[in-house]
Design a protein around this ligand. Structure first.
Ligand SMILES: Nc1ncnc2c1ncn2[C@@H]1O[C@H](COP(=O)(O)OP(=O)(O)OP(=O)(O)O)[C@@H](O)[C@H]1O
Ligand SMILES: [Mg+2]
Length: 575
């Protein structure tokens, strides 16, 4: 509101300046004849000095109006552009916060690039509308009102003549702006193809080089680059056309003022000062008229962007995380006739699961690839809700539990290990930033990774990931285990967490772990049999169903999938 007031005030002064100039010119032109007629009289000198004085006063007034107008223009930008930046800030935070609340399924449905684009590109387009576009539109409105009102009060027909080319100007600018908009959009798209192209080549550089496909990569890049160049050139053509056209049309208005207005001065309909004033008004209108087309295309793209943003903002999380009963986890988990179907694909991942896991028990979950093991883990974390039947934790249905609280008490080691581009310390402390260095080191010892970390020159302060050292698969897995152990969870969920270490290291880790997991409930998902852990129960999943369960010996005697696993592993180890 304040911004709009400033816009109005700044325009009052913009219109005032030509007025002042017009008065000054008229004063001079009227007095010049008078001065001539006093030729040879004493009075001529008096007139000259008073004329000089009045001119000086006009100069000062002119300067003052320009200055005050400038101050209001500054305040206008300060209030409106700053306001748009603040809204941008809020909007970005709102989107980010909203993303955080959405369930995993949402992130599997939408790709990362799209998510990021909506939080950055689209938001900045909306800001362009709220800030510059709105400011210019309000500005145009006031300027037009004031200028046209003043012009009409001087001479109606000259005003109409001056405004004649304006609609053509606005329409053609709008048209050209659309062209520019379209082409810059195409450039943006091509640019993101180009960057993702390069990014993929660089991240896959090892595969690329080992298959000797550098030349192919170069050619693909060249083609994309060529395409980009063409699009950029086509934009440059339009822009090259744009400016001269604008100057031409504005020039046309000026010419009309000079011809028609000159005629009017001759007839005594307007003063010479008015003529100058009119020319100044025409120039004053030029830029705002140009900005109408520009602002209109900004409004269009902002509308499209806001639609895209709303699409995500309006998606409700199917799985609320911050409401529900806050439970103290002890490790009692029950599955009762539970079925689970992936909502997006309709794949039946788990069928009729009945399990009763008691606090402190150690369970192994095994099965062939794709049998539903990871899905089971994600259900316990509340990433998905069961489709049918029940999953109860501490006797409460998972749907009634406050998930943030639940997840804080679970140490989960996902199948695809993820480390952040940060120090090893911070990666291990990720689950709880209050952890001390000693606690992190303790967790690393339990995960049998301590010695290896200490061998790095910077030890626990070594940066990992993109900006730092590349760790081996097994090292990453064990840091991930340390991260889970560090938060002292009641329940540990290992999803294939030891797949990347050799049998020897595995034995060492399990022996180490055995001591630290005594009082915890532990679920170990694996392809391998850990003979060194005395599991309370081992379940075998096949095609989403529990097909075998029991203790090691029982399962061996059963002669089913477990026995088959055992046979194979035994055979390999002998190898
Ligand atoms: N996000 C998902 N959306 C849809 N279907 C999925 C999703 N994740 C897994 N599936 C499907 O669910 C089934 C079970 O997958 P799951 O990841 O649980 O298997 P897994 O036993 O962990 O296999 P692996 O040993 O290879 O890790 C598979 O058929 C898989 O294609
Ligand atoms: Mg899995």
């Amino acid at each position: 509101m304040l911004g709009i007031l400033f816009v109005a005030l700044s325009n009052v002064f913009k219109v005032l300046s030509p007025r002042v100039l017009s008065w000054a010119i008229d004063m001079v032109s009227q007095n010049i004849n008078l001065y001539g007629s006093f030729e040879g009289f004493q009075l001529q000198e008096v007139l000259k000095s008073s004329l000089k004085q009045s001119l000086l006063i006009f100069c000062l007034i002119y300067f003052a109006t320009a200055l005050i107008g400038g101050v209001f223009t500054f305040l206008m930008r300060q209030s409106m552009i700053v306001m748009s930046r603040l809204i941008e800030f809020d909007l970005k935070n709102e989107i980010y916060q909203h993303y955080q609340r959405l369930e995993t399924a949402f992130f599997k449905r939408n790709n990362t690039g799209d998510l990021m684009n909506r939080a950055t590109e689209d938001v900045s387009k909306v800001r362009m509308y709220l800030g510059p576009a709105l400011m210019y539109l309000v500005n145009v409105f006031f300027l037009f009102t004031f200028v046209i009102y003043t012009m009409l009060s001087i001479n109606v027909s000259l005003t109409l003549w001056v405004l004649l080319p304006m609609p053509i100007l606005t329409i053609s600018i709008f048209y050209i702006n659309n062209l520019i908009h379209e082409r810059s959009e195409a450039i943006q798209q091509q640019l993101s193809i180009l960057t993702s192209n390069a990014q993929e080549f660089y991240s896959g550089i090892r595969v690329l080089k080992s298959y000797v496909q550098e030349r192919l990569a170069l050619r693909t890049y060249e083609r994309a680059s060529e395409n980009y160049k063409e699009k950029a050139l086509s934009l440059a053509h339009v822009e090259a056309f744009f400016f001269p056209l604008m100057v031409l049309l504005v020039g046309l208005s000026t010419i009309i003022v000079v011809i028609v207005g000159g005629n009017y001065v001759e007839k005594g309909l307007i003063t010479p000062g008015n003529l100058v004033e009119f020319i100044m008004y025409v120039n004053l209108l030029t830029w705002p008229v140009t900005s109408i087309g520009w602002a209109a295309s900004l409004v269009q793209s902002a509308a499209a962007s806001q639609k895209r943003i709303n699409e995500f903002l309006k998606t409700k999380s199917a799985i609320p995380t911050s409401v529900g009963k806050s439970i103290q986890l002890n490790g009692n988990i029950q599955f009762q006739h539970m079925n689970f179907v992936y909502p997006d694909t309709g794949i039946e991942a788990l069928k009729d699961i009945n399990l009763d896991i008691k606090s402190g028990e150690k369970w192994a979950i095994m099965g062939r690839t794709g049998s539903g093991k990871s899905s089971l883990a994600e259900l316990i974390l509340g990433m998905y809700y069961p489709s049918e039947g029940n999953l109860k934790i501490e006797g409460e249905r998972i749907q009634d539990i406050q998930l943030t609280k639940l997840r804080q008490q679970i140490g989960y080691i996902p199948q695809d290990v993820f480390l952040f581009s940060d120090t090893i310390y911070n990666n291990i402390k990720f689950g709880n930033s209050k952890l001390t260095d000693e606690e992190a080191e303790e967790a690393a010892k339990k995960a049998s990774i301590y010695d290896e970390i200490m061998e790095f020159p910077q030890g626990f302060n070594t940066l990992v990931g993109e900006r730092g050292v590349t760790l081996s698969g097994g090292q990453k897995q064990r840091i991930s285990i340390a991260r889970a152990l560090a938060i002292q969870p009641k329940l540990l969920l290992f999803d294939d967490a030891l797949s990347a270490v050799d049998v020897h290291t595995e034995k060492r880790i399990v022996a180490n772990l055995n001591a630290s997991i005594k009082d915890k409930t532990v679920l170990i998902i694996s392809h391998r049999i850990f003979s060194s852990v005395n599991f309370d129960n081992i379940i075998i999943l096949d095609n989403g169903r529990v097909v075998e369960q029991g203790k090691h010996e029982e399962l061996l005697n059963l002669g089913g999938i477990y026995a088959e696993f055992y046979e194979k592993q035994h055979f390999e180890q002998k190898d």
